[in-house]
Ligand binder design. Structure first.
Ligand code: 5HY
Length: 245
């Protein structure tokens, strides 16, 4: 197996969260994989709605372009709304996997139904849209929010992490689902311990997406350039989008 670089993009600009995501990615990556964790040069510190996702998408595309120029083997979009996923696939040579789709796919391989635990109630609709878009609506038993903002996971108090744990325990007790999907990149390092403590698979999308990109690369499968995921039609982008040319 050849050495390869997987670019893991945290679509928000919080470097502490990028480091959490990098730790989770490196914990599962093969010894032949180098994880390069990046965040956009401009954007928002957390992504908690449709407006935030629209802004984050531009940052994701900027990083996909840089990663492509550096010759990375594949990319992970490490935000649970998978912002800019299809646009990123158009721009990329290699495979691009979002952490929400990765976690949902993995969950269906180990359980018939799963629950999702995320941060704010307002972002539950984003997860619901993705479930529908990816065809996993009937696999998801319930969605839960800890009712704290994304950056509470970064405040060092451990309160948000404790709330995630409590919600996961509640989900196991009440939902009748066999697995739990963690619905935020900032929760990535919690999965292993919770899996152990709860005695059911708790799935982090960052690790899942890294292993999926590794598998796709090993199988020689890359983003199809036949059809809608072909490179974007060339046209002169202007103003703040000029760097995407
Ligand atoms: C995430 N927001 O994974 C999402 C998910 C959330 O800044 N990183 C973010 O919790 O809404």
């Amino acid at each position: 197996m050849q050495k390869q670089i997987i670019q893991v993009i945290n679509p928000n600009t919080s470097w502490g969260m990028t480091e959490t995501i990098a730790t989770a990615a490196r914990a599962v990556a093969s010894p032949m994989t180098e994880i390069v964790a990046v965040s956009p040069s401009q954007g928002l510190p957390s992504i908690e709605g449709h407006f935030d996702e629209a802004i984050a998408t531009v940052g994701v595309l900027e990083q996909i372009k840089l990663g492509r120029e550096q010759g990375v083997s594949g990319h992970v979009i490490a935000c649970f709304g998978d912002p800019g996923l299809l646009a990123a696939r158009e721009l990329a040579n290699g495979p691009v996997v979002g952490i929400a789709e990765a976690a949902m796919h993995m969950a269906t391989l180990v359980a018939t139904r799963f629950s999702i635990v995320t941060t704010l109630p307002r972002t539950l609709v984003i997860a619901r849209h993705l479930l529908r878009q990816y065809g996993f609506e009937h696999h998801c038993a319930a969605l839960h929010a800890i009712d704290l903002p994304v950056l509470a996971l970064e405040d060092g108090s451990g309160m948000a992490q404790e709330k995630v744990r409590a919600r996961c325990i509640q989900a196991k007790r009440e939902d009748g689902s066999g697995a739990i999907v963690l619905g935020c990149g900032g929760m990535a390092t919690l999965a292993q311990e919770l899996t152990h403590e709860l005695g059911l698979p708790v799935i982090d999308g960052v690790g899942a997406a890294v292993k999926m990109v590794e598998s796709l690369v090993a199988l020689g499968l890359s983003t199809s350039k036949h059809g809608d995921l072909d490179y974007p039609r060339r046209k002169a982008a202007t103003g703040v989008f000029q760097h995407l040319n």
